[in-house]
Design a protein around this ligand. Structure first.
Ligand code: IPE
Ligand code: IPE
Ligand code: MG
Length: 246
């Protein structure tokens, strides 16, 4: 049997704070432990021949957390960008950051650019880290850009297509996520990839992010392989087109 591997996996890495609490530690310890899960899952995804992994690290709403936690998250982000480059190189991973970077410190923005440039030549897994990202932010910046094109006269409002909107969104050069994983037990999107996940298969697990290791990632891939993606068609159409493609 051919096992279907998703090309693009998106993950909401949730549950770091609760993990820390369960272990009698400060929330920050959970975030630090979460970085280890990122490493493990990145390597596993590459082994499994997933092509793109998009991970939600910090949402546009997470700025509302206590100032101390936001500060510690920024420090951790900075550290990870510096420390992980070697490992990314070794694993042939290409890093990209998606989201509104303008709110980060100059130092952090510079580290982002450096990490992207250093790994730009890698041909393996594309790892997209979503930082100060929000699905609504993404759509808003797309609308702004289209509105500008309308004002310039290069686009007719009536002629705007879904493809043109997609083209203005983050990672428009890559396919949409096939599998959307959320750890930590909540069953919500929390403003991640709203447009791009229109037909993603959703997978929710109670496992907290720091406990989400290779076996949990494999379980999500196995669940994906059992799903029938119909994209609005009826089941028989999907099976018969597979047979002819077969
Ligand atoms: C996810 O874990 C990481 C970030 C949002 C940065 P949380 O920090 O949300 O962990 P919980 O949900 O409080 O357990
Ligand atoms: C979503 O988790 C954002 C990230 C994992 C980075 P949150 O913990 O912020 O989501 P809510 O607040 O529970 O919806
Ligand atoms: Mg959370």
């Amino acid at each position: 049997m051919v096992v279907t591997v998703p090309q693009h996996v998106a993950i909401v890495m949730d549950g770091n704070g609760r993990w820390a609490q369960q272990h009698g530690k400060k929330r920050h310890a959970g975030h630090k432990e979460g970085v280890k899960s990122v490493r493990r899952v990145v390597e596993r995804a590459a082994q499994a021949k997933v092509k793109i992994l998009t991970m939600f690290a910090f949402s546009s709403e997470n700025w509302r957390r206590p100032r101390e936690e936001v500060g510690l998250l920024m420090d951790l982000f900075m550290l990870a960008l510096k420390q992980e480059i070697k490992r990314l190189q070794r694993n042939n991973v290409r890093l990209r950051i998606i989201g509104d970077r303008s709110r980060f410190s100059q130092d952090l923005q510079a580290s982002m650019v450096k990490a992207e440039l250093d790994t730009a030549g890698n041909s393996g897994l594309i790892l997209q880290v979503a930082a100060n990202y929000g699905g609504r932010w993404d759509m808003t910046q797309a609308v702004r850009s289209l509105a500008q094109q309308v004002r310039d006269g290069s686009v007719e409002p009536d002629a705007i297509t879904e493809e043109q909107i997609s083209a203005e969104l983050s990672f428009s050069d890559l396919p949409d996520p096939d599998l959307f994983i959320r750890t930590g037990g909540e069953q919500r999107l929390s403003n991640f990839l709203l447009w791009q996940s229109a037909y993603a298969e959703l997978y929710f697990t109670d496992v907290l992010w720091p406990d989400f290791h290779e076996a949990e990632f494999d379980a999500a891939l196995a669940a994906f392989a059992t799903r029938q993606r119909r994209f609005g068609l009826v089941g028989e159409q999907v099976t018969s087109s597979k047979e002819t493609a077969g």
